[in-house]
Design a protein around this ligand. Sequence first.
Ligand code: FAD
Length: 436
Amino acid sequence: MSSRHHAALLGEPLEMPSSLWSATAIDGPTLKSLDRSETADVIIVGAGFTGLCAAIRLAEAGLTCIVFDAAEPGWGASGRNNGQVIAGLKQDPDVIERIYPGEQGRKLVQFGSEAPAQVWNLIKQYKINCAANQHGWIQPAYTGVGFAAVRSRYEAWRGRGVDTRLLEGFGLHQLLGTTKYSLGWFDPRGGSVQPLSYARGLAKVAVDLGVRIFAPSKVEALTKKGNSWVASCGQFRVQARHVLVATGAYAEKLVPKLRTSFVPVRTAQVATRPLADSMRKVILPQGHVASDTRQLLTSFRLSPDGRLVMGGSGATAGLDHSAIVPYLHKAGQELFGHIGRLEWDFHWSGFFAVTTDHLPHVHEPEPNLHISVGCNGRGIAVSTSLGIQLANRILGMAATELSVPVSSIGTVNFHMFRGLGVKAATLYKRLQDRVG
Ligand SMILES: Cc1cc2nc3c(=O)[nH]c(=O)nc-3n(C[C@H](O)[C@H](O)[C@H](O)COP(=O)(O)OP(=O)(O)OC[C@H]3O[C@@H](n4cnc5c(N)ncnc54)[C@H](O)[C@@H]3O)c2cc1C
């Protein structure tokens, strides 16, 4: 039985969804499904940023890796996001240091701070053709609560040695191309990529380093055999000492309890037609990318071919994102409608994993079984770095040295009612955004 037989993950068909990124990405490497049983040092399940970056690090160190993807590299959140490379975790540095007092908290904050540099380094080292642009990230504030958040984030990172800047009034309006916001902070660590090109570029690098990627090949079971792990894929098996589960929000039942340790939340993206030159000169004219402080944050950037790409403004736990699209169009109109007509060409969506503490989690429920999950929408830089961290762990780094500590797999209460939970949270956040 071929793995093509399993034509869905979390109910989504395994074809690459149509999006601006799939219409404009570089080609990935030519791949095939697993067609015989194999052995390797490490099995990696999932070819998103996490799995691919781990594979590259392991191959650089001389280990043999087999990567599986049920669809193709970048099919998951990695190929569908807004492409904003952002420093830090979803929680602010001071909060992280309260949750993890002492050295662990400092390490975790530093991990988030240095994560974008790992992206830029990989892209530079391997000359990945993904329209990388490190012009910085701006977080503008929308409400009174947002102003306080902007000031405290600016100060928190400045106090930790980052060259952040506070942006106000006319200066901010010029950088964003809208007068909707009056305060923001600038983070020089951030920037943007064409996310599917980044994922496919990473897959090419991995293949060039000798990694075998099988796709489409869905791993149906992971079982222990002595000191080894066996991945079953149709009639074939791959045996390896270590296994790394990098399935992001798309985890099904491979590892007991993993699926209920986070909530898969779907957000949408929209992109306009290529904008007229007169509009490109006004919207984010210096190449920055931006995500505001709203509870239902709104992200915006220009694509390499000069389109406005917006994301956020709503969420669902289901498969259909069509109810979110009008909110995104409205947000685009409110921010930039004064400059000219916005005509929308694309909309698409994907799941990302949200944990109860809004921090990424690393698990080792059994010897040599490594898992990370929960980038909480801050995943390009963080999952790149998590992949590298998991690879270092396999290469012998002590668990106590890891920046993201190993924890046991928790359970989100009332997981089966997550649809209602996401709906209620979205309505509540929308209300909060209105009242400020
Ligand atoms: C719409 C959207 C916008 C976002 N915007 C941003 C942004 O601008 N900036 C940012 O930093 N982050 C953003 N994120 C988050 C970021 O994209 C993710 O955190 C990150 O891509 C997760 O990478 P990953 O490798 O962990 O998982 P994924 O990229 O989701 O990859 C998981 C892979 O596992 C495979 N898989 C699952 N089960 C199996 C199996 N049994 N066998 C084989 N393969 C399997 C899937 O096919 C999939 O390709 C966004 C996310 C979404 C959905």
